[in-house]
Structure formats: C-alpha cells, structure tokens
Design a protein around this ligand. Structure first.
Ligand SMILES: [Zn+2]
Ligand SMILES: [Zn+2]
Length: 166
C-alpha cells in the first residue's frame, strides 16, 4: 500500500514532503489487467499542505503491454504519466474519492485510476508498421507474401513506363 503519513499535527502549512514508491500492479488492484502492466510501477512525487487541502503531485512510470492495431503483434512500451490531486481536509467539500482523514493519504486508488484512464484505444508496434496481408494474413513486417495485393506507387509506375518506352 502506498501510504503517506501526513499527520495534520506534525505537517505544517506550506511544508512539502517528497515520496517514492515501487509497487506491483496486483497490489493496487490491477490484477484483472495483469497482462496489461508489466513489471513494477514506480511512483515519485511530493505532497504539500496548502491549508485547505493536501496537494499531491507526481509521476508514475511503468511498462505497458499492448497489441498492435495493424499487425496484432504484442509489444510493450514505457509509460510515464503525471498526476495531481487535492485531498480536501474537510470531507465532502470536493471529490469524495480524494478525502483526507487527518493522518494519512493512501495513493493506491489515484495511481490505479491514472493508469486505467490513460489507456489508449489504438497503438502501433512501430510508426511504419506494414500490417497484415489482407488476403493471407501474413505479417508483412516479417516479409512479403505472394499475394496479388500490390498497389503500385504512382511514381514507380511512371518510372516503369519511361523504362518501357526506352
Ligand atoms: Zn504492428
Ligand atoms: Zn498475402
């Protein structure tokens, strides 16, 4: 559990404290998506007493798995996300999910939600992924197939006709 001990009695107004955690995805309720986030999740940031709230800001780093939208290959990529959340000192005044009980803040929900919200719908294994052959399904990144699905490049076609006329 990512717990910040920020007891009101010993955490003066305007003071800022830094924190750093390393957690496994399943420890913050991401077990259903166990295949989605690989390895550990690094959380670094700081918490500040603003008077009315505890302002928590930081960065989450992890490796996220995905399936290429074009060729269906599995890949993984480093993911870095920033977060910022105000934990209100008076519960109910702001977002209920971000309340502060006067002694500690648990970051688990914030980190999990930040990771889940950031999930992109489409992702490519590389920007120039050639995808799959629409006829035989061959992964064209691994080599061409013999299917007749070739769409001539107009510039090449012009060059070919020049050569033929020669
Ligand atoms: Zn791909
Ligand atoms: Zn093919």
């Amino acid at each position: 559990m990512m717990k910040l001990d920020v007891d009101e009695a010993t955490f003066p107004l305007g003071e800022s404290r830094s924190f750093s955690f390393v957690v496994a995805p399943e420890s913050i309720g991401l077990e259903e998506d166990a295949g989605l986030f690989r390895g550990e999740i690094y959380v670094d940031g700081s918490v500040m007493n603003t008077g009315s709230s505890l302002r928590t800001t930081g960065t989450i780093r992890t490796r996220r798995c995905f399936v290429c939208d074009r060729c269906l290959a599995e890949g993984e990529r480093e993911l870095t996300l920033d977060f910022s959340e105000d934990y209100a000192k008076t519960p109910g005044e702001t977002d209920e999910t971000a309340s502060y009980d006067g002694t500690a803040i648990i970051l688990d929900d914030l980190v999990r939600d930040t990771l889940l919200v950031a999930e992109p719908l489409r992702e490519l294994c590389k920007s120039d992924c050639k995808g799959l052959c629409p006829v035989c399904g061959q992964n064209l990144n691994e080599g061409a197939c013999d299917c007749d699905s070739f769409v001539p490049d107009p510039r090449l076609a012009a060059l070919e006709s020049l050569l033929q006329n020669d």
